[in-house]
Design a protein around this ligand. Structure first.
Ligand SMILES: Nc1nc2c(c(=O)[nH]1)N[C@H]1C(S)=C(S)[C@@H](COP(=O)(O)OP(=O)(O)OC[C@H]3O[C@@H](n4cnc5c(N)ncnc54)[C@H](O)[C@@H]3O)O[C@H]1N2
Ligand code: MOO
Ligand SMILES: [Mg+2]
Length: 399
């Protein structure tokens, strides 16, 4: 049997990051920058007001109250900015360029609000409520390094420095296909022996959580030619294919049957629980395909351990798995020798320390405990027992 590390290494060694391409700004949400973004101008580009009020000279505020004539208004967006000198004020709005000669903004609340002349009751030092050119970003600064995942603040930053398009690595298009004659769509009636397909919904969502673009290809029965046909069809529109089911020792385990023939996909036993039967390869020599075990918990754990790092690698990011914390386990644990075990668990944080309680149900068909968990305890291969109070590694599940 392969170890988890060996299998992950074998998977990653066959993957190359997706080519970068130019995308319109909104379209690029969730992708990874393939170029550094540099500011062509400083931000703010000009000195401007942080408040609605009056632009004045601080030297006029030595004795209060003081009344000054208002020479005009400056609104945000005004290009032909007026100037003032000591003894004068200009009414100014938030974001409007500072008039030449002014060094201070007095908010309207500190004044009588006059339009022709203004009486100021409360003063301030020079620079009050003035936002200086370049105090946010300097022209030439790298505001987003290559390798940044583009979330909302990063897209805002790119727009703020004038970018309409970005060179990015796209979110991998991942198609999820369940297999099994017993499967039916949720929302339909079941005959005895049938179950609703849950893996494809779960994994399509997990793909999106991991930064890919998930597509559900429903399910296909345990029929070799039907499986072959669907997979051939998916090749045209997937960067990655995930199947579940049909990879163990059963006589109807057709995924293995279909894919082991061509030599594209290698089937392995990995020394982990759940998730022992794994397959990975390049379909048609080019499209990465993960054949995950059909048991729902096994499929989910396999996804987090192997597929998540692979999706990151395809986007040119470090091939990391879920974030890890160390926690004190509330219960004694046992684990088979030589097997890396993943236990569904509840992680809590109190008084600066993490505690973790394993679920009582750990069968790989038991979705209830998975849906209830927010962590996976990882017991390494060499650990066979961990008494209550042991410090254990816990993967934090996406929330
Ligand atoms: N003789 C052996 N039997 C099994 C072994 C073994 O080593 N020797 N390994 C067991 C382990 S471990 C796992 S995991 C499973 C893997 O099974 P398959 O990948 O072949 O999956 P199936 O047989 O198709 O289904 C297994 C189980 O999962 C349910 N399932 C499948 N797809 C879905 C879905 N989309 N949604 C919900 N549930 C699904 C299916 O009904 C079965 O109950 O093999 C063990 N057997
Ligand atoms: O390894 Mo299976 O993946 O335990 O249920
Ligand atoms: Mg099977």
């Amino acid at each position: 049997m392969r170890t988890v590390e060996e299998h992950l290494r074998a998977v990653l060694s066959q993957l190359t990051p997706l080519p970068s391409l130019q995308m319109a700004l909104l379209e690029s949400a969730g992708t990874v920058l393939a170029e550094p973004v540099t500011a062509p101008v400083s931000l703010p580009p000009f000195d401007n007001s942080a408040m609605d009020g009056y632009a004045v000279c601080a030297s006029d505020l030595a004795v209060l109250p003081v009344t000054l004539p208002v020479v005009g208004d400056v609104a945000a967006g005004d290009g032909g900015v007026i100037g003032i000198r000591p003894g004068l004020a200009a009414r100014i709005m938030t974001g409007a360029p500072m008039p030449g000669g002014a060094d201070t903004v007095i908010p309207v609340e500190w004044t009588d609000g006059g339009a022709v002349s203004v009486t100021i009751r409360q003063g301030a030092a020079a620079g009050n409520y003035v936002r200086r050119a370049g105090e946010d970003v300097r022209a030439g600064d790298v505001v987003l390094p290559a390798g940044t995942r583009l979330g909302a603040p990063q897209l805002g930053m790119a727009a703020a420095v004038g970018r309409a398009h970005l060179m990015v690595r796209p979110r991998p298009r991942v198609v999820v296909l369940s297999t099994g004659d017993e499967l039916r769509d949720p929302g339909t009636k079941l005959a005895y022996g049938q179950i609703w397909d849950s893996n494809s919904f779960m994994l399509t969502t997990a793909v999106n959580e991991a930064g890919g673009k998930g597509f559900r290809q429903a399910f296909v029965g345990d029929d070799a030619s039907a499986v072959r046909e669907v997979l051939d069809d998916l090749l045209a529109r997937a960067d990655v294919i995930i199947t579940t089911g049909g990879v163990s020792m059963g006589v109807y385990d057709v995924v293995k049957e279909v894919l082991s023939g061509g030599g594209d996909v290698e089937f392995q036993k990995v020394a982990m629980r759940p998730g022992k039967p794994q397959g990975f390869g390049l379909l048609d020599g080019r499209c990465p395909i993960f054949t995950l075990p059909g048991n729902p918990v096994s499929a989910y754990v396999s996804f987090q351990v192997f597929v998540r790092p692979a999706l990151r690698h395809l986007q040119g990011l470090p091939a990391e798995g879920l974030p890890v914390v160390t926690a004190t386990c509330t219960e004694p644990l046992t684990s088979p020798d030589g097997i890396e075990q993943y236990l569904r668990a509840t992680l809590t944080f109190a008084d600066g320390v993490y505690s973790v309680r394993p679920a009582s149900a750990q069968g790989s068909h038991q979705m209830g405990a998975l849906a209830d968990a927010n962590g996976l305890i990882v017991l390494p291969r060499e650990v066979t027992e961990a008494p209550a109070g042991s410090r254990v590694r816990v993967l934090k599940l996406p929330s």
